[in-house]
Design a protein around this ligand. Structure first.
Ligand code: MTE
Length: 341
């Protein structure tokens, strides 16, 4: 199968407006797909490289104004999970909604992947604010509501490869990190972006244990953050993110090991020095700052050459940069990838 770059096939033509999605809940999935794609074929539409709003769709509507603050809408409990395709751009089938939401790493709740969903059930994800600060000309605290209004939410089907050697294919809904960074006008001295997760031990039982240093933190180099593949996710399968996935606002950096895709982000800071990252701080000899998926560089305690796709029997070969080499390899030209792991 011809490989279409992830940045193109990710159905940028799909514009998931939450009100539209909710009303479309009454329609068949096919009808929704047609409305969202404006009738063009998936690949044809995507290859044009355009992000188009669904025909006749209203302006983006905030989750809060649609559903009311503080609660997930009952409608969503009934709407079928929706994705525009059954596979990613290399033909790997999407993982099921239930697989994606019942096997999670979110140490703020627990280290037991299958128990996160239950423990996170009562986490208050709405309302939510994100502080954007540091080396920027226009620092601001942005309400989630404003984020929905300001940034078109697109579907992005990506592989997620955990450093623990399991993987999934996930149809995210979100928008490029670059779009948000442009809003705050980074200063020329900004070289890195630091992301900080929420600290709320009263709702996150894992934060009462010293499993990791809290709050969870991550970082990217500025050019990595500006790469079109790097997104903030607000949803998945056409629904708002579940709490266990890092609702309401998380990072998704598909060419890096999953621990870089930090959940429950409340602060974004532009800096001129490498920001601390939680797993690198915890075990620097095992988890680097870059954490690019690389089948040739083993973890000190296990091989990274293959992976277990959740829902499949047997193992798959791990792809360089998780299969996004064409899009991101140039970010690391001249770097020794075994040393800058
Ligand atoms: N973000 C926070 N705040 N806390 C975490 O424990 N775990 C990371 C990452 N983001 C984690 C986090 C790891 S190790 C992985 S593999 C992914 O989230 C898993 O994302 P998923 O549960 O949505 O598959």
């Amino acid at each position: 199968m011809k490989k279409i770059p992830g940045s193109e096939i990710t159905p940028e033509h799909i514009y998931l407006n939450r009100r539209q999605f909710m009303t479309a809940g009454a329609l068949s999935a096919g009808a929704l797909a047609l409305a969202a794609c404006g009738g063009s074929s998936l690949v044809g539409g995507a290859a044009s490289g355009k992000t188009t709003q669904a025909q006749g769709a209203a302006a983006p509507t905030s989750l809060e104004s649609v559903y009311g603050a503080g609660a997930l809408p009952p409608e969503l409990a009934y709407a079928e999970p929706y994705a525009s395709s059954t596979t990613d751009e290399i033909g790997d089938p999407l993982n099921k909604f239930d697989e994606i939401t019942n096997y999670n790493n979110y140490y703020e709740f627990t280290t037991n992947k299958e128990a996160v969903a239950k423990l996170a059930q009562n986490f208050t994800a709405y309302p939510w604010q994100i502080e954007v600060t540091g080396l920027v000309d226009k620092p601001q605290t942005i309400d989630l509501d404003a984020i929905y209004k300001k940034f078109a939410q697109e579907e992005r089907i990506y592989r997620l490869r955990c450093v623990e050697a399991w993987s999934m294919v996930i149809p995210w809904v979100g928008f490029p990190i670059a779009a948000l960074l442009k809003e705050v006008s980074p200063k020329s001295t900004a070289q890195y972006v630091r992301f900080v997760s929420i600290m709320r031990p009263e709702e996150m039982p894992g934060q009462n244990a010293m499993t990791l240093e809290w709050p969870y933190q991550e970082g990217l180099r500025m050019d990595e953050a500006m790469n079109p593949l790097a997104i903030f996710a607000t949803g998945m399968y056409g629904k708002p993110l579940t709490n266990q996935q890092g609702a309401p606002f998380r990072l998704v950096v598909p060419w890096k090991y999953g621990f870089k895709s930090i959940k429950g982000i409340v602060k974004i800071e532009l800096t001129d020095s490498i920001p601390p990252s939680t797993w690198n701080t915890a075990a620097p000899n095992e988890y680097g700052f870059y954490a690019n998926v690389n089948p040739q560089v083993d973890h000190p305690r296990w091989s990274q050459a293959s992976e277990r796709r959740i829902g499949e029997i047997g193992r798959r070969e791990t792809l360089m940069f998780n299969g996004y080499e064409e899009e991101v390899a140039s970010l690391y030209t001249g770097m020794d990838l075994a040393r800058s792991y």
